[in-house]
Design a protein around this ligand. Structure first.
Ligand code: AMP
Length: 260
């Protein structure tokens, strides 16, 4: 497995793969890898000749009061997991932006509401870094997790609107035994907060499984009953129940497909 930090080196490598006509799978991540990320890498491994994992904590998708500086960066364990899961190449650039970077991708419909409303500028940062990664790596398929449902919507829309030649694959959410969706941010939670995260996951699951006339309203009411958990939003979008909560300083998001 190669580890590349330089943009010139990744451009050379992707140009060689394009020339040879090999399929390339890209798994964009911010590192602190867990089984959720690994399921994306495994799927790419099954479907593509070459597998690239990018590890980059993208500063422009964090708000000024968010956790950019304290976001976990366990570099060596991350590289070991990539190697074990069969990645061919890890792209781990120090910085992706020139000091006078001034061009951004702004999706203006599906990025509105939900996380877009709570985290102004977040999806602009996500879309910009993802398009840069697509141009650097030139993947045939890029893999994203269903956990970040609105992110998937934004990326799909960007790819469609800007004719980006890449296929988008979406991988189901991987959960822990207590139902909590795996997330790099779960490590911020104390044991008591972790129990609240499990209640959040359980309520979301119940709301999606039971036939409620208004599942979003039911879930909102359930979540408001849990002391120590602060509701950000609950929204039913495309038959998917999406929610975000704060537990202490930690913001968790999750979603479940409504069962018919
Ligand atoms: P992140 O490192 O949080 O930016 O996530 C990188 C990719 O992994 C994104 O496409 C996420 O949606 C995906 N991902 C994160 N957590 C999970 C999970 N629990 N199950 C499946 N995919 C996930």
């Amino acid at each position: 497995m190669k580890v590349i930090g330089s943009l010139a080196a990744i451009r050379r490598q992707s140009a060689a793969w394009v020339r040879s006509g090999e399929s390339v799978g890209l798994v964009p991540t911010m590192g602190a890898l867990h089984e959720g990320h690994l399921s994306l890498i495994r799927r790419a491994r099954k479907e593509c000749r070459r597998v690239v994992v990018s590890i980059y904590v993208n500063p422009i998708q964090f708000g000024p009061k968010e956790d950019f500086t304290r976001y976990p960066r366990p570099r060596r364990p991350d590289l070991a997991l990539c190697r074990q899961t069969g990645a061919d190449l890890v792209l781990a650039p120090g910085n992706l932006y020139l000091p006078d970077h001034s061009t951004f991708i702004e999706e203006s419909a599906v990025s509105q509401g939900r996380d877009g409303a709570s985290r102004p500028g977040h999806f602009r940062g996500v879309a910009t870094v993802v398009l840069k990664l697509f141009n650097l790596v030139r993947p045939t398929t890029a893999y994203f997790g269903q956990k970040d449902a609105q992110q998937v919507d934004v990326i799909r829309r960007m790819v469609r609107d800007l004719d980006v030649p890449v296929k988008i694959a979406v991988v189901p959410t991987v959960r822990d035994t207590d139902g909590v969706a795996l997330s790099s941010r779960n490590q911020y939670l104390s044991p008591a907060q972790r129990a609240l995260a499990a209640q959040f996951a359980r309520s979301l699951q119940q709301a999606s499984a039971r036939r409620k006339t208004d599942p979003a309203k039911w879930l909102r009411a359930e979540l408001k009953k849990i002391p120590g958990l602060n509701l950000d939003y609950v929204e039913l979008t495309d038959n998917r129940l999406c929610a975000a909560v704060f537990i202490g300083q930690t913001r968790l998001i999750d979603n479940e497909q409504m069962q018919r």
